[in-house]
Ligand binder design. Structure first.
Ligand SMILES: [Fe+2]
Ligand SMILES: [Fe+2]
Length: 271
């Protein structure tokens, strides 16, 4: 299975860039399953229904969220009707939406996509390690599902690495989101799980993690509550990761980073 995962879409630049790139990447990389993190799509904070709709129309199969899941509250009723928008599974019991979704591909293969959130330097939540274990106990990779992808939305690389090692061999891919900066540690772990500690963002990198650099920088200099942050509006670099899995085992056989458009050094796998 060819899997595309794109990191946090930030603001208009990210939305337009991702919507333009998704169909091209799907085609060029012969993608079977495309997942994108949408938590920062709306001005950096949250995801509005029309934005989810346009990412789905461009070719996303699943949209994941994170700590900004509820910044646009209109997404709550939308998620009730569109369960392919998922939020971290370790949000408190009773939280709207689901933390995972079983997707059936056009050819009948089934893939499980999950979203969990870390706790280091983040809001206190239920334990993502234990709740992921509970969720995974319902499925068997390579048997009941052909692939399992987890978006682990977290700040700390240490927590992301510990999480990935915990589920090595049980899932196809653990990919981090939230830092908005792509890491160069993409690898297949010894048990066969592909891992990259952060996918990076789909946004303008002439910025402070996607937000306009002047106001964002001034906040550090002056410690004054400044003006409202606005997303940077230059061309987005579309950042993410490409993973191929074996249908026999569901484990990864290849992981390659993707950085296309905008300012970052460019890399695109050939398939
Ligand atoms: Fe984000
Ligand atoms: Fe986040």
């Amino acid at each position: 299975m060819n899997i595309l995962f794109l990191g946090d879409v930030v603001g208009r630049a990210g939305r337009e860039g991702a919507a333009a790139a998704l169909p091209k990447l799907r085609d060029a990389l012969k993608i079977d399953l495309a997942i994108i993190n949408g938590e920062s799509a709306s001005h950096g904070f949250g995801l509005a229904p029309d934005m989810a709709q346009s990412l789905f129309a461009a070719g996303a199969d699943v949209i994941t969220l994170g700590n900004h899941a509820w910044d646009r509250k209109e997404i709550v009723p939308y998620m009730a009707e569109h369960p392919r928008v998922i939020r971290p599974l370790n949000f408190p019991p009773g939280t709207p939406g689901g933390g995972s979704i079983l997707v059936e591909l056009a050819d009948g293969r089934r893939a499980l996509v999950m979203n969990a959130m870390g706790r280091l330097f983040m809001d206190p939540l239920d334990c993502p390690f234990r709740l992921t274990t509970v969720e995974l106990s319902k499925y068997k990779l390579g048997h009941s599902v052909a692939a399992i992808v987890i978006d682990f939305h977290a700040e700390a690389t240490s927590e992301k690495m510990a999480y990935a090692h915990s589920f090595d061999g049980e899932v196809s891919l653990v990919v981090g989101t939230h830092t908005h900066c792509p890491s160069a540690d993409h690898q297949i772990l010894p048990g066969g799980t592909a891992f990259q500690s952060d996918a990076g963002m789909c946004g303008d990198y002439d910025s402070v993690i996607g937000m306009g650099k002047d106001i964002a920088t001034a906040r550090f200099w002056r410690k004054l509550p400044g003006e409202r942050l606005n997303p940077a509006e230059g061309e987005a670099t579309i950042c993410g990761t490409f993973v191929q899995t074996s249908d026999a085992t569901g484990l990864a056989v290849r992981i390659e980073p993707i950085r296309t458009g905008g300012r970052l050094s460019q890399t695109l796998p050939s398939v």
